[in-house]
Write a protein that binds this ligand. Structure first.
Ligand SMILES: Cc1cc2nc3c(=O)[nH]c(=O)nc-3n(C[C@H](O)[C@H](O)[C@H](O)COP(=O)(O)O)c2cc1C
Length: 357
């Protein structure tokens, strides 16, 4: 019996063995941006678990691009060398290794979540956050510095250099984090971007920073590898970023060589949240796919095999990303294959445990 979820997916020169991807998930467990044994086991387990694509959590393009001290980074060659065995292991398990690269902007210099997301002052080893405008995310976050033209050029160079390093580290899918209230989203949304120069005001000006990054990265990222962008498709707030603007941006990105939009939402301000329910963001994957003729990933409160299969059958998305369901159960894809009678092989080492019916 054929299933959509377990059908291969070709993008540029890459074939995913199924339509299930591990959504990027910060582990806040790195030191100096370096992946360690935690990342080896965490990412390796999800590859063993049968996902076709494993996207490594938001990796910062520079030390001051991090959210916390525990973020992964991809700004130096030591980090590249530490990622290499991880990408090699993922490939050995038949998973395509992907990575999300990011700049936190005004959400930077905070404690890891389990300490409580409070700001880390410069005097305590924090750093000066950058943003389109000098507006805090919330009162107890650090006041960001408004970026100059020189800062903007530097951040674009950092993204381009990070893309080069991702190739050297063995990644084959690259995702740019342009959602969740981080730097690129801060430029997109009128709720965070109050500039009156060529990066603020009109839609064209607000998307200029993101498009500059896309162009800089696409020039470095090999033709044969797909480029994804994660957007917050809406801010869920009147007067903020919304689906209509996301569709327009997706069209521009498509002509600039972006292959897929990963459709998330919210988080530009503390109030910017949708009502969480199963499939609550699928409408954005569907809208962008239809209106911009762009491949999309659906993500958010997708937890059941049949639910994921139906989203694909409905033509709402090309790929399904799971986050928390895969934290709870790295073998979700293998169990889903059994349920849907799709094609997926348990590792030979585990075959004595596989239920037969
Ligand atoms: C522990 C954790 C860390 C996350 N880190 C990231 C991240 O690094 N980048 C990102 O774009 N989203 C991040 N997210 C959001 C997820 O990728 C995903 O979009 C969200 O959890 C909704 O999917 P779910 O309902 O399947 O969990 C994170 C979510 C969790 C639970």
């Amino acid at each position: 019996m054929s299933t959509r979820l377990f059908s291969p997916y070709e993008l540029r020169g890459i074939t995913l063995k199924n339509r299930i991807g591990v959504s990027p998930m910060c582990q806040y467990s790195a030191t100096d941006g370096l992946p360690n044994q935690w990342h080896v086991v965490h990412l390796g387990s999800r590859a063993v678990g049968g996902a076709g694509l494993v996207i490594v959590e938001a990796a910062a393009v520079a030390p001051n691009a991090r959210i916390t001290h525990g973020d992964l980074g991809i700004w130096n060659d030591e980090q590249v060398n530490a990622f290499r065995p991880i990408t090699a292991f993922m490939k050995s398990q038949g998973a395509v290794p992907g990575i999300q690269i990011a700049h936190a902007g005004r959400k930077g210099s905070t404690e890891v979540p389990w300490v409580g997301r409070k700001a880390v002052a410069l005097t305590d080893g924090g750093w000066q956050p950058l943003a389109p405008s000098a507006v805090q995310f919330k009162d107890d976050y650090l006041m960001p510095r408004e970026m100059t033209e020189q800062d903007i050029a530097q951040v674009c160079d950092e993204f381009a250099a990070a893309a080069r390093r991702c190739v050297a580290a063995g990644f084959e899918v690259l995702e740019l984090h342009m959602g969740h209230g981080y730097l690129a989203h801060q430029f997109l949304s009128p709720l965070a971007n109050h500039r009156d120069d060529c990066y603020g005001g009109s839609f064209e000006n607000r998307v200029a920073f993101s498009m500059r990054i896309v162009n800089a990265v696409r020039a470095e990222w090999p033709e044969r590898f797909p480029l994804f962008v994660r957007l917050s498709a809406t801010d869920w707030i009147e007067g903020g970023w919304d689906l209509a603007q996301s569709v327009k941006l997706a069209r521009l990105m498509k002509s600039a060589g972006v292959d897929l939009i990963d459709c998330s939402s919210g988080s530009i301000t503390p109030q910017s949240q949708g009502k969480m329910a199963p499939n609550f963001q699928v409408q954005f994957a569907e809208g962008i796919r239809r209106e911009a003729d762009m491949a999309t990933a659906a993500v958010g409160m997708i937890t059941q095999a049949r639910q994921a299969e139906q989203i694909l059958l409905d033509g709402s998305a090309d790929l399904i990303l799971l986050a928390r369901a895969l934290l709870l159960d790295p073998y979700w894809p293998l169990r889903a294959a059994q349920e849907l009678k799709g094609q997926a092989a348990w590792p030979v080492q585990y075959q004595r445990a596989v239920p037969t019916s």
